[in-house]
Design a binder for this molecule. Structure first.
Ligand code: SAH
Ligand code: SF4
Ligand code: F3S
Length: 467
């Protein structure tokens, strides 16, 4: 049994990261068995679930969308805020009785919550029916862990990150049009509110040649769009021996000829002029930047350890905003410890100034083991909720405004599937990441088409294929 430990997870060793190239032989030992996987959290987790699904497929499992009829239930969890914790344990409660009907049923919990000391303690004490707990650093060990978890609870979580493991084609990708491509793991920024540097370990960049090989393979299989993933992609390469920068990587990825390139997330800290230049010059790098600001108050930004001021952010914002057709979105936290009404008003003012195309807004959630969870916090919950509502009003106003600006324009849209709102329509994203429901034949799925924008709502656009 290996348990997570927050103190170990906070350490940053100087050990050289090894790159391990694995060729796997799988035995289809679980033929006839079904698995169900539910994913919470960010794209990183979504992509990890594609890896887990790929491994399970290779072991003979088939995927089911119905957890009640599965032989293996996997919850890939997120630790970023408390609300996922409650959802996960609520769902686990609904799974318990299924073991009576199917005594061979395995229940597994993985992802960022598995890296949390307090969560694993809770599982040990109160949830004996969870068979397997594994973390973010050892997904590759899944075949053995499954075998070993029958009959007793197995907890196998490493608090120190491992090496970078490259293995070919293990992903069972959710789409054959768009794909996630990890470019780095972990995070060394240690924003004081955030648990990610503890749950994902130190920053480890993949080698450019391995990333390019994956992208070229996706191009040859007909993929139209890739999203490069990292907790702060602009810090890419700082840990590599040759220090390849993110802008160099972007250029090389652009040269593969893939139709569309996106990337998340950009930290304002490492965003260079060279990056802006590269984005502006390459048509297949999409003009959409997610640039989390977190707060408009310099006092709060300092307490958050974000390492930039409101003025720095605005300067960067204005430079990026000059890229043709760009749209910029952000993340904002309200109710951080010590945030006064005046601090909050500065955030509101910044939102008014930037007129973001969209934003994810959150109330601060204290995470066990992070510095901010120990800071004095005197603001009432009702006050924090009120700030969130006031902020959302401003954010929604400008989100709608940025959509209205696109009315009657012609946009290139990559059609990804049937519209969720109206199944007689298809849907997809513009270059600047606006969701459009389009009147067009189903045969356009997988293609980039020209669309005339005919309607603008707060969170989506309507359009019809250009005649
Ligand atoms: N690496 C990304 C963020 C990943 S987490 C970045 O640095 O931009 C996504 C968002 O969750 C963060 O941008 C932040 O706004 C929010 N978040 C993180 N920790 C939080 C916490 N403890 N409480 C509330 N929101 C949080
Ligand atoms: Fe968390 Fe900050 Fe790292 Fe983003 S950059 S993952 S907010 S510590
Ligand atoms: Fe959540 Fe882990 Fe992503 S905490 S946001 S799943 S990195």
């Amino acid at each position: 049994m290996k348990l997570p430990n927050m103190l170990d997870a906070a350490k940053r060793n100087k050990d050289k990261v090894e790159y391990i190239y694995e060729n796997r032989d799988y035995n289809k030992i679980y033929d006839n068995k079904k698995y169900f996987i539910r994913t919470y959290g960010c794209q990183m987790n979504v992509h990890d679930s594609e890896e887990i699904s790929g491994i399970l497929d290779n072991l003979g499992y088939t995927k089911t969308e119905e957890f009640k009829e599965s032989d293996l239930i996997i919850l890939n969890t997120c630790a970023i805020r408390e609300n996922v914790h409650d959802k996960v344990f609520g769902f686990l409660g609904r799974c318990k009785h299924l073991k009576k009907q199917n005594p061979d049923l395995l229940i597994a919990l993985c992802g960022c919550m598995a890296q949390e000391e307090v969560v694993v303690q809770e599982i040990k004490e109160k949830y004996p029916y969870i068979d397997l707990v594994f973390g973010t650093h050892n997904i590759n060990e899944l075949p053995n862990m499954l075998e070993e978890s029958f009959g007793h609870q197995k907890i196998n979580v490493y608090s120190t990150e491992g090496n970078v493991i490259e293995f070919d084609n293990v992903y069972k990708r959710d789409s054959n049009i768009t794909a996630w491509v990890n470019i780095m793991y972990g995070c060394d920024k240690f924003c004081t509110y955030c648990i990610v540097p503890y749950t994902r370990g130190k920053q480890r960049s993949r080698k450019p040649e391995d990333i390019l090989k994956e992208v070229k393979d996706l191009v040859s299989r007909g993929y139209k769009e890739i999203t490069l993933l990292g907790q702060n992609v602009n810090a890419y390469g700082k840990d590599l021996e040759d220090k390849t920068s993110f802008s160099t990587l972007l250029k090389e990825v652009s040269n593969t000829g893939i139709d569309r390139i996106r990337f998340v997330t950009s930290h304002p800290w490492d965003f260079t002029d060279e990056m802006i230049d590269v984005i502006a010059k390459h048509d297949n790098i999409m003009p959409y930047i997610h640039l989390p600001v977190q707060s408009g108050s310099n006092k709060i930004l300092k307490l958050m350890n974000r390492n930039y001021s409101k003025e720095d952010y605005l300067t960067l914002f204005n430079k990026i905003n000059k890229i043709k057709n760009v749209s910029i979105t952000t993340d904002i936290i309200v109710g951080f410890p010590g945030e006064t009404e005046e601090d909050f008003l500065e955030t509101l003012k910044l939102a008014e100034t930037c007129k973001f195309a969209g934003a994810f807004t959150f109330v601060f959630s204290p995470r066990n083991g992070t510095p901010a969870s120990k800071m004095k916090d005197e603001t009432l919950k009702s006050e924090k909720d009120d700030r969130l509502q006031r902020l959302n009003k401003v954010i929604n106003k400008y989100s709608k405004e940025s959509n209205l600006k696109m009315l009657r324009t012609i946009q290139k849209v990559l059609i990804t599937g049937i519209s969720e709102k109206d199944d007689s329509k298809v849907c997809g994203y513009t270059e600047n990441m606006k969701l459009v429901n389009v009147i067009a034949p189903k045969s356009t799925i997988g293609k980039i088409i020209e669309v005339e924008i005919t309607g603008a709502k707060s969170f989506s656009l309507d359009g019809k294929i250009k005649e």
